[in-house]
Ligand binder design. Structure first.
Ligand SMILES: [Mg+2]
Length: 447
């Protein structure tokens, strides 16, 4: 008698919040007090191997409970599924999640519901990579191009990218993959750091952290801008004087400006030679980005961390609206949609420099860039993954930065799993940290 095939038996969700706002870590012109948070999901199975799939959506505090509820709404699509079938062809689940005819009304393919789908889909890919015994970047890089193309939803893309073109890009991109894998394992993937540049840091902290970034081997830093022009001019001058003329310095406005203001402000910072202006305006404003790009060249325009899906990325590329594509591992519909965006970027010849930081975004997105290098774009030239030195110690397989490079992960999976003790401590509102915090506040009020 053959054993009963393994099934998904549970979809556990957790509301995890870290009190980062108290140190102004992560502060920018639009988000002055983020509590970095994860709507975290664990897929459990009854397979003998005991592997679990871990994934999450990143939020910045209030609303993380809404994000968790959205993941909970997907549970029915997962429970009882065959683990073998799911890992052999995760696209079957994608179709069911994105195609849910009632939940689809809440998007389609955007916002809280789509991020929930991304969390669940990424958890499935984590599980698939663990079962294959490979880090995700390697599972992707070693997959048959035909299989990879089948994982991608080309709906609404074929005027810019067809499955046949994607297959050609992957077949060409895979040539020389072995050599690049060896180089990646030896040297890692280039990173840049945002740690010096948070808006809430004073000039002394900016100076100290910028000098540290240079000493640590980073070739690019990033500064938050957009709240006050005089402050930005002063901070850019400070940072440029510390890092010297040769390192790249990007600036990030986090959607603060209207189009004309974005152009004026970016030009006012031009003397400090910013490499790119990031999120100059609304992530939905494709023509606005194109206008900014035309006006501020040679400063590059970068965006993507809030771009809601592959269709908006397609239009940004078609409109010539950006110089740098910033994928985010936890914003869109998970691994397959990011594969589509990487392929679009490759087709249009635009470099991808992922958004990371937050909670676990570095851990996730490194896999996508490493796949891109080994099996698609074939280069790291003008490509860097954002790095922020926060919260990595809560992960079981945290990123390792060496001489300004991400070290290639070797543990099987998507590096998404958080430590059980961190989950217990930072669960909101009942975990040890938040329960004690609430007690303190109550005492403060009654005193
Ligand atoms: Mg940003």
């Amino acid at each position: 008698m053959s054993p009963t095939p393994a099934r998904i038996t549970a979809v556990d969700t957790h509301d995890i919040r870290f009190p980062t706002s108290r140190e102004l870590d992560g502060s920018d012109a639009m988000n002055p007090d983020p509590d970095y948070s994860a709507a975290y999901v664990v897929l459990r199975t009854d397979a003998a191997d005991g592997h679990e799939g871990h994934g999450f959506a990143f939020t910045i505090g209030r609303g993380n409970d809404v994000q968790v509820a959205a993941i909970d709404a997907l549970r029915g699509h997962l429970l009882g599924r065959s683990v073998d079938d799911l890992c052999a062809d995760p696209s079957t689940l994608n179709r069911d999640l994105i195609g849910d005819s009632q939940l689809r009304w809440l998007g389609p393919e955007k916002g809280v519901m789509h991020m929930a789908i991304g969390a669940v889909v990424n958890a499935v890919w984590d599980l698939a990579a663990k079962r294959a015994g490979l880090p995700l970047w390697r599972l992707l890089a070693e997959a048959e191009p035909e299989w990879l193309v089948r994982q991608i939803d080309f709906r609404y893309l074929t005027d810019a990218l067809t499955p046949e073109e994607a297959l050609t890009l992957l077949r060409q991109g895979g040539q020389g993959a072995e050599e690049r894998t060896a180089r990646l394992l030896e040297r890692g993937y280039p990173a840049y750091t945002t740690s010096p540049g948070w808006l809430g840091y004073d000039d002394d902290k900016l100076t100290r952290l910028a000098a540290q970034a240079v000493a640590d081997g980073f070739r690019q830093i990033k500064l938050k801008v957009g709240a006050d022009l005089d402050d930005d001019i002063r901070r850019c001058r400070v940072a440029r004087s510390v890092i010297g003329p040769d390192l790249r310095m990007a600036v990030d406005a986090n959607q603060r400006w209207d189009v004309d203001e974005a152009i004026r402000w970016t030009k006012a910072l031009a003397e400090f030679d910013p490499y790119w202006i990031e999120e100059p305006t609304s992530p939905d404003d494709i023509l606005g980005h194109a206008a900014v790009r035309r006006a501020v060249a040679p400063v590059k325009v970068a965006t993507g961390e809030h771009v809601q899906n592959r269709i908006v990325f397609k239009q940004l590329l078609q409109a010539g609206a950006l110089d740098v594509v910033q994928i985010d591992a936890a914003r869109v519909g998970g691994v397959p949609e990011n594969l589509a965006i990487l392929l679009l970027a490759a087709k249009f010849g635009v470099p991808v420099c992922p958004h990371a930081g937050g909670v676990g975004l570095c851990e996730l997105v490194q896999h996508l860039s490493m796949f891109d290098y080994v099996a698609l774009s074939g280069t790291t030239e003008d490509r860097v993954i954002e790095y922020v030195d926060h919260l990595h110690d809560h992960f079981l397989d945290p990123v390792v930065i060496r001489e300004g490079h991400y070290t290639a992960p070797t543990a099987p999976g998507f590096s998404a799993a958080m430590r059980p003790e961190s989950l217990a401590r930072y669960t909101y509102p009942g975990g040890e940290f938040w329960a004690a915090d609430l007690d303190e506040r109550k005492k403060g009020q009654s005193a």
